[in-house]
Design a protein around this ligand. Structure first.
Ligand SMILES: CC(C)(COP(=O)(O)OP(=O)(O)OC[C@H]1O[C@@H](n2cnc3c(N)ncnc32)[C@H](O)[C@@H]1OP(=O)(O)O)[C@@H](O)C(=O)NCCC(=O)NCCS
Length: 170
């Protein structure tokens, strides 16, 4: 994981300074791959969940838990020896939850190739010491891209509410 070498905690750690975004870089060793020599899907999700947790914690400055993992796509295999870069962005905020989009890119430094390998949405909920949900700061989408991502995440929240209604009616 890439992080700053600061010894105090007053400034940004592991990010560019903007707490709505975090970038992490990892190397893929054989202990995370399958018999095809490519990374396990579960390990990919693990890395993405970590990135989502980190950015949600930095955004809210509160304790966060993962409430849901949605729409994870795997576009390209990730070979042993590759570098993976994870870009995690807070794209939506509710009352007590934030939605984080994580994009994962795979790089082969020797051949200088780079591919978008995976993406997914993680809902992280802020909780107090008793596990009760707490309010989070609000995100203000500004750019066109941020507004588009906000709309996508809002769609996920609406679909989830519909699923919950069906579940509650059973
Ligand atoms: C996440 C958790 C704190 C929510 O508690 P809850 O009592 O259901 O809380 P509420 O119904 O008041 O919902 C609180 C927020 O969580 C969101 N939420 C609840 N369940 C969710 C789910 N399955 N997926 C996405 N968001 C969810 C709600 O939409 C709400 O968001 P909002 O305030 O921004 O509108 C609770 O379900 C929990 O502790 N789950 C286990 C978390 C965990 O251990 N994760 C690690 C992986 S195992």
């Amino acid at each position: 994981m890439v992080s700053n070498s600061r010894s105090d905690l007053s400034g940004p750690l592991g990010g560019s300074g903007a707490s709505r975004s975090v970038r992490m870089v990892e190397v893929v060793f054989p202990n995370t791959t399958n018999h095809y020599g490519t990374m396990f899907g579960g390990k990919v999700v693990d890395l993405m969940d970590r990135a989502a947790f980190i950015v949600a914690s930095k955004f809210s400055n509160q304790n966060m838990v993962t409430a849901s993992v949605e729409h994870i796509d795997f576009y390209a295999p990730i070979k042993s020896g590759s570098l993976v870069e994870l870009n995690a962005d807070v794209v939506y905020t509710g009352r007590t939850s934030v939605t984080v989009k994580v994009d994962l890119f795979v790089e082969r430094p020797v051949s200088r190739t780079r591919a978008h390998a995976s993406s997914g949405y993680f809902t992280m909920v802020s909780v107090d010491e008793s596990g009760r949900p707490m309010r989070v700061p609000s995100l203000n989408p500004e750019s066109e891209e941020q507004k588009k991502e906000w709309a996508v995440a809002k769609g996920l929240v609406a679909a989830r509410a519909e699923r919950k209604q069906v579940r509650d009616e059973k």
